[in-house]
Design a binder for this molecule. Sequence first.
Ligand code: NAI
Length: 333
Amino acid sequence: MRVAVFSSKPYDREFLDLANQRHGHELSYFDVRLAPQTAALADGYRAVCAFVNDCLDARVLEQLAAGGTRLLALRSAGFNHVDLQAAARLGMTVARVPAYSPHAVAEHAVALVLGLNRMTHRAYNRVREGNFALDGLLGFDLHGKTVGVIGTGKIGLIFAQIMHGFGCRVLASDPQPSEEAPPWLEYVALEQLFGESDIISLHCPLTPQTDHLIDAAAIARMKPGVMLINTGRGRVVDTRAVIAGLKSGRIGRLGLDVYEEEEHLFFQDLSQRVIDDDLFMRLTTFHNVLITGHQAFFTREALENIAETTLANISAFDSGKGELHRVGSERLA
Ligand code: NAI
């Protein structure tokens, strides 16, 4: 089957080409993002393969459908960037990779916790400059602290498990508590989680209910000096509100792998350009903020699984046989 692969980086090509030896599809790689201006590249391709910052709104889907596309094969678990109603109206199937490596994302969230706690990003630069002073690097023992996990699906549960291993008390909030939750995991109301957690980590999807879940009112209910970690989706956090929270000291440390306007920034080398996103640039000025550019998923194991499941989805759609991880029963509203 002919597949137009958008936002494809060298590492995507490497892993997709390897997995495709077992599937034999005709893959055309485009390094540009899918957008109204680039959708015409997919003319004549029955399948379009897209990533998290590709635009899959109604306008783009209509362009793709007119060009003959019938399958959207997402290389991601999240599908908040797809207009599912438009896809259904246009008779398009949307497939995703439901779980490629929840360990990769949970472990990266822990890396942000550890890095921020001991300020390893500052220590690294200091030591390189011959500055061995410890002022400003003071951390705290994780042992005995309270961690709040918002969203206890595949990733949130693994994150909770790791933090439990450090000797933390772990609170959780989820409208659908997990049946696999261990007995030490305490489901509490969001209010209590905000009020008692020293560290809060976001592992819920972006939905109308979680859009700006972390806003000024939520931050006001958190413990002074709280550490906030977001590896979920950027828009779960109101960036202006966290900047105000950092300025007031209510937020003591902030770790982000996702950002609400990231599609204009992440996955590209912009080091030769002037970045005109003032909110993002303000975030980078805080010594107690650690930002990574949506790399939580980026492990060898995850890329292998993404490539294999994506191509298996395309094969299943093409042949009508095998498992197709269709987005359909899930609803965003
Ligand atoms: P999952 O579907 O296994 O779990 C999500 C959990 O969030 C479910 O238990 C659900 O009930 C819960 N939830 C839904 N609404 C909620 C709310 N209002 N409050 C609290 N919990 C709520 O998803 P998984 O695989 O654990 O992924 C979680 C999220 O992580 C994804 O939706 C995606 O946005 C993000 N992600 C980020 C990656 C990265 O590289 N930074 C990579 C992969 C996923």
